[in-house]
Design a binder for this molecule. Structure first.
Ligand SMILES: CC(C)(COP(=O)(O)OP(=O)(O)OC[C@H]1O[C@@H](n2cnc3c(N)ncnc32)[C@H](O)[C@@H]1OP(=O)(O)O)[C@@H](O)C(=O)NCCC(=O)NCCS
Length: 171
């Protein structure tokens, strides 16, 4: 098994779009209404939206490749704050998603390591993320890696409002 992580650039736009749509649908297929899910992914992972994010200096994307195939991605987002971490020198882990067929093989852990290294190199002291309260598997993954819950954040989604647990780790 050959696993490598690389920083994405704008030429990876279509790979991020495809991974974004597929992994999000896989992750929330059971819980979400199909139309909410479809609307969200087509808006959030459109080529125009992802191109804009790849060109945004506040965003850093990483792609994980397993045996030469892109199987997951992560995104750090700078200058993104949350009330419970005000005045902290913190960066957000905005997304980390692995294709279903590649889960449980160490890919998420390696992507996380690269995000932590990058955050430290940029001088941040804290990394934070929001994880949906109905996603216990991801919460366990984050807890295992050392994140702790420090608050909650509401987010509008489809016809409803969801609650994310805000988790953080000192770097
Ligand atoms: C959560 C996710 C990123 C983890 O990535 P992964 O590649 O499956 O995880 P890894 O194989 O690298 O596991 C890393 C460690 O976390 C642990 N872990 C992973 N998933 C776990 C779970 N559901 N429960 C408990 N521990 C878990 C592993 O056992 C491993 O520990 P170890 O190093 O001691 O063996 C991945 O499963 C995923 O994409 N899930 C769906 C999308 C999602 O929910 N993303 C987060 C949105 S906030």
């Amino acid at each position: 098994m050959n696993l490598s992580i690389r920083q994405a650039d704008v030429s990876d736009k279509n790979i991020i779009c495809a991974l974004g749509v597929t992994t999000f649908c896989e992750a929330y297929f059971e819980q979400d209404e199909s139309s909410d899910l479809a609307n969200y992914v087509l808006e959030s992972f459109s080529p125009a939206q992802i191109e804009a994010e790849l060109n945004d200096t506040d965003s850093t994307f990483f792609i994980a490749e397993l045996n030469g195939k892109a199987v997951g991605y992560a995104k750090l987002r700078e200058n993104s704050t949350v009330d419970c971490l005000k005045n902290k020198n913190a960066v957000e882990l905005h997304r980390i998603y692995i294709l279903e067929r590649a889960k449980g093989k160490g890919v998420g852990g390696e992507l996380m390591n690269r995000c932590l290294e990058t955050a430290r190199a940029k001088g941040y002291e804290t990394i934070w993320l929001g994880v949906w309260e109905e996603n216990p598997a991801a919460r366990k993954f984050y807890e295992k890696l050392g994140f702790v819950k420090v608050g909650e954040l509401q987010f509008p989604y489809g016809k409803t409002v969801g609650t994310n647990a805000v988790m953080k780790m000192e770097l």
